[in-house]
Design a protein around this ligand. Structure first.
Ligand SMILES: Nc1ncnc2c1ncn2[C@@H]1O[C@H](COP(=O)(O)OP(=O)(O)OP(=O)(O)O)[C@@H](O)[C@H]1O
Ligand SMILES: [Mg+2]
Length: 484
């Protein structure tokens, strides 16, 4: 378990890097790892936190500690906690730079915090290591300990399932989630579903990330057969069989297209279709956070610990396309990760504005494919109406959906859903069940957004013509601006 966590720290310490920022929630684990590495190097370690300097203004206390390290004699590793809020304090920044410049032989400084924001003046002096979360085996070991303390002895298969379900948590969180899961399971060894539910609760607090609990079956997505074919072809892509066959896991999809045409819906359906968990990244929240880059690194750490997983980035252009300070740097970090990631984290990004989409995102090597979601064609409209009627307990066979589809030219999927809903309201208020006439009347009353946004839709299509693959192959009926 230690390698992925200890490895990078060992590497930089052996290489003689003077200052390293270790980004992790697991301070105790880092302290233990550093102690072990220092033993290998034959160097003493000292740990320090603000608790060691009561009554002194924090920035001054940190600066004094750094000065002492610079002026000390002999090799030493100093592990400092609680420094990150003071990195941009002039005295602290200066003390770090002075330490780096003096490069006293054998002396190393390690800063630890869950999140780091490195001020520009220190960018060339600090190395930030984003340390991985524990792997399933380590989590299973912690689960075993916690369960044993509760006098529960799971069989190995049950334990492995619990360890797997805990992925994305720290060891301390895992302990706590296991305890809660045991309680929910009425004092028994919890199954993975219970653990996942308890873990979801913890995720609600992980800034910028949430577990997508809603499971959308692919059958609830109407049309889009080309996308469905692509997904079906990769159904087993995350299996051991695929790996043994020599296939790399799929990297991700960019879903572009017209508003209300099922991009977010499809993003939810993919995870369930592939039997993977799904987490949603709230880029808006991350961009607006005081430590956006650290938060994005944290989100990536969690996603990688949960892999194989679907990471859904909804409205990606609204997060990265803003002028908010740091949005561009954040994008740079994200794109690099997209391109270089090794873990099977399947990224599904959705967007509906081409103007705001940063041009580096759709470039080759970032996503496996860019799918374009156009307005549904006449067949798809009938299918979408069928789905929404069935979802509301009506028998679609009782309605002439082809006629409805012909009368709903340029309607989006979401507008078709609204037609079904308005028709149901009309029928309900008339005190009878739904009739074909209600559907047709609701359709006649709706002015589809596409009529108002014709220019934007044309611009989207123009963009997609050379860059994207249609999510629906039926091109004959694709152009909704022809009577269809
Ligand atoms: N192809 C479809 N099949 C079934 N329902 C659909 C389809 N497209 C849209 N809908 C309905 O419309 C709702 C809104 O669609 P969705 O949020 O997926 O659109 P979107 O493409 O993400 O739009 P936006 O660009 O505005 O985010 C869905 O929850 C679903 O109920
Ligand atoms: Mg959407």
């Amino acid at each position: 378990m230690g390698d992925a966590f200890d490895g990078p720290v060992r590497e930089v310490l052996h290489a003689g890097c003077p200052v390293v920022c270790c980004e992790t929630h697991e301070e105790a684990r880092l302290v233990a790892a550093v102690a072990a590495i220092a033993r290998e190097l034959g160097v003493p370690v000292r740990t320090w936190s603000l608790l060691d300097a009561p009554g002194v203004p924090p920035a001054e206390a940190v600066a004094a500690e750094l000065r002492a390290l610079r002026e000390a004699t002999g090799p030493q590793v100093l592990l400092l906690a609680d420094v990150h809020p003071f990195l941009d304090h002039p005295a602290v920044a200066r003390a770090i730079r002075a330490f780096v410049a003096a490069a006293p032989p054998g002396r190393r400084l390690i800063l630890v915090s869950p999140l780091f924001r490195v001020p520009p003046e220190l960018e060339h002096d600090l190395v930030v290591l984003s340390l991985p979360l524990p792997d399933p085996a380590a989590l299973a070991a912690v689960a075993a300990e916690t369960l044993a303390a509760l006098k529960l002895a799971p069989d190995p298969a049950a334990l492995a399932a619990v360890g797997d379900a805990l992925r994305g948590l720290t060891l301390a969180e895992a302990r706590w989630v296991v305890r809660k899961a045991v309680r929910s399971a009425g004092g028994a060894v919890p199954g993975p579903a219970v653990v996942l539910r308890e873990k979801g609760w913890r995720f609600g607090r992980a800034e910028g990330m949430e577990i997508v609990a809603e499971e959308v079956p692919l059958e609830r997505v109407g049309g889009l057969d080309e996308l469905k074919r692509w997904l079906d072809e990769r159904r087993l892509a995350f299996s051991r069989g695929a790996r043994d066959f020599g296939l790399p896991p799929p990297r991700g999809l960019l879903l572009m297209g017209v508003q209300g045409c099922g991009k977010s819906l499809a993003a939810k359906a993919i995870a369930r279709f592939w039997s993977l968990p799904e987490v949603r990244l709230d880029l808006g929240l991350i961009v607006g956070h005081p430590y956006p880059e650290a938060l994005l690194r944290q989100a990536i750490r969690i996603a990688e610990a949960m892999a194989p997983v679907v990471l859904w980035v909804d409205e990606i252009e609204k997060g990265f396309g803003t002028e908010a300070a740091g949005a561009r740097r954040l994008l740079g970090g994200f794109v690099t990760w997209l391109q270089e990631k090794r873990e099977p984290v399947f990224v599904v990004a959705t967007a509906n504005e081409v103007e705001a989409l940063p041009p580096e995102l759709p470039r080759k090597g970032r996503f496996d494919e860019i799918f374009f979601f156009d307005l549904p064609n006449v067949h798809e409209r009938a299918e979408i109406a069928r789905i929404h009627l069935a979802a509301r307990g009506r028998d679609p066979a009782k309605f002439d959906l082809d006629a409805l589809a012909r009368r709903t030219d340029r309607f989006s999927g979401s507008e078709l859903e609204q037609v079904v809903l308005s028709a149901l309201y009309a029928a309900f208020s008339a005190g009878r069940d739904l009739q074909q006439a209600d559907l047709l009347a609701a359709a006649a009353e709706t002015v589809p957004l596409a009529t108002t946004y014709e220019d934007r839709i044309q611009a989207l299509r123009e963009w997609a013509r050379t860059r994207a693959r249609p999510a629906t192959l039926d091109r004959r009926k694709l152009d909704a601006f022809q009577p269809g």
